[in-house]
Design a protein. Structure first.
Length: 329
């Protein structure tokens, strides 16, 4: 088993498209997404495992996260991604080879934080379960179904709210970087209202600088005002709802319902096969989860987040430091 850095972006994308994760295609491991993260100053290390036959058995896309005193750890969002059909034994061998590679080439790396895109056994390597980073559970719509079938599957209240927004004259438009002030206004209003943490302005601006065929910005407009917004990622035949927000003043217009429905229809018309609502959690996000579940779909659950310890002593000190930091907050 050989672990090598990926140089061929087409081979990288082709592997992701041919080997989906729990909710479909994993855009967080795509070359387009890592370009966005790299633009924010992060070091990206995309690796692939090549077996004895010369076939790619797995891909793992690593982001370097800095720790004190020159140490760091690797974070692998929604990866490793394994080739469909490989055995659990080969999965274990692949992860062992990745660990050996990181230990040998990056002696200052303390641990590897993984978010496996598919279920796999812990055989051959110790995994330490840790807190989720990306949502553990998501909801996906099969866009191969017709419009009438998708509507029929929705909760009746969702259908009603879509019709209501149309009746009130809500219009859906496509935006861009020039619309960032309105997007940011809506994001801040929603964060304050619902208690959500949001990313920095720079992060969202970087998303909007990305090619429009990868990141799309939508608005719902009412009486000349932008009253709701949504950021959607389009990676090959999959559309993923990343972020959304709405104005407090116009909540009775039900604009987010029509906004979602129009995005879904546009993705379907543009040959998308899956629409991923990206994150649901009845306890953490009850209102948002009810909203998304109203559109129906299939729930998918990821295995979780795990640390693979590369330097045990430093890792233990890191855990102690985290506990002290939490106490003093």
């Amino acid at each position: 088993m050989e672990i090598i850095k990926i140089a061929d972006r087409k081979k990288w994308s082709d592997f992701l498209i041919a080997n989906p994760g729990e909710s479909g295609l994993e855009f967080l491991a795509s070359p387009q997404w890592t370009d966005i993260i790299a633009s924010e100053g992060k070091l990206i290390l995309p690796l692939m495992a090549v077996n004895e036959a010369g076939d790619i058995s797995a891909l793992v896309c690593l982001i370097k996260e800095i720790l004190p005193l020159g140490f760091f750890y690797w974070y692998a969002p929604r990866s490793p991604i394994f080739k469909v059909g490989i055995s659990q034994v080969e999965m274990a061998k692949t992860m062992e080879a990745v660990v050996l590679k990181l230990k040998a080439d990056y002696p200052k790396s303390v641990f590897l934080k993984i978010e496996p895109a598919q279920n796999f056994l812990q055989a051959g390597i110790k995994l330490v379960p840790v807190a989720d980073i990306q949502p553990r559970k998501t909801l996906v719509l099969d866009l191969r179904k017709g419009e009438a079938e998708l509507l029929l599957a929705m909760h009746q209240k969702t259908r009603y709210n879509i019709r209501l927004a149309k009746k009130k004259g809500v219009k859906i438009t496509l935006g861009g970087l020039v619309d960032f002030p309105e997007f940011w206004r809506l994001m801040r209003a929603t964060s304050e209202r619902d208690g959500f943490r949001i990313h920095s302005q720079k992060h969202y601006q970087n998303l909007l600088v990305a090619p429009q065929n990868f990141i799309q910005l939508f608005f719902a407009e009412y009486e000349g005002q932008k009253i709701a917004t949504a950021l959607v990622c389009r990676f090959d035949a999959q559309a993923t709802y990343l972020h959304g927000a709405s104005d407090n003043k116009y909540r009775n217009v039900m604009a987010p319902y029509l906004l979602q429905w129009e995005i879904i229809k546009r993705a379907q018309a543009d040959d998308a096969l899956i629409y991923d609502f990206y994150g649901i959690d009845e306890k953490k996000w009850p209102g948002v989860t009810r909203f998304k579940l109203g559109f129906s779909g299939e729930e998918r659950i990821y295995p979780g987040v795990f640390d693979i310890i590369l330097r045990p002593v430093i890792y233990k000190l890191y855990q102690i430091f985290k506990k002290i930091k939490r106490i003093w907050r």
